[in-house]
Design a binder for this molecule. Structure first.
Ligand code: NI
Length: 166
């Protein structure tokens, strides 16, 4: 089922999510819904709070744009061993009409569980590394616009205020 994606400044995007203690059918269904929603919105990642669910679950697929073949559904993901730093342009399905350069670690190690409870460990770099950092930030209530300069952020917030008045 396709879920509605929440948009900034919805306060539900700023909530820190809880760990998933048990991988239930509801969690599996949520992951399926999130993947379907991500593909429909042509995103490369989606985190549970973006559809209003406050548990530590993300879906990621950095393949495409034509064929999407690398879907990962990750439970309680965390990052270790950040290395280097890079700046790249990011956008977000929850941040409308805005992209900006963001500085992040170049390489990270992902540690998580899959939906069968198996351990997942991936050394990520490039787009996957950036995407994982972006999605895991969502689980802590952080958006990429929390990482840009104050000036850029103020300009974006002013635009959002104008849209909300309409
Ligand atoms: Ni995002």
């Amino acid at each position: 089922m396709i879920r509605e994606v929440l948009h900034y400044p919805d306060p539900r995007l700023a909530i820190e999510c809880n760990d998933i203690d048990e991988i239930t059918d509801d969690i599996r269904q949520l992951a399926e819904d999130m993947a379907e929603t991500m593909y429909k919105e042509e995103g490369i990642g989606l985190a549970a709070p973006q559809v209003g669910e406050h548990c530590r679950l993300i879906v990621v697929d950095v393949s495409g744009p034509e064929e999407r073949t690398d879907l990962m559904k990750l439970v309680n993901p965390r990052l270790e061993n950040p290395e280097g730093d890079v700046e790249s342009e990011e956008g977000c399905l929850s941040v409308l009409n805005y992209r900006s350069k963001v500085r992040r670690a170049e390489k990270v190690r992902l540690v998580a569980k899959d939906l069968d409870g198996n351990d997942v460990c991936i050394d990520a770099e490039g787009l996957l590394s950036i995407c994982l950092q972006h999605e895991i930030d969502h689980l802590d209530g952080t958006l990429f616009i929390d990482k840009i300069s104050r000036l850029k952020r103020t300009m974006y917030d002013n635009k959002v205020k104008k849209w909300l008045k309409k």
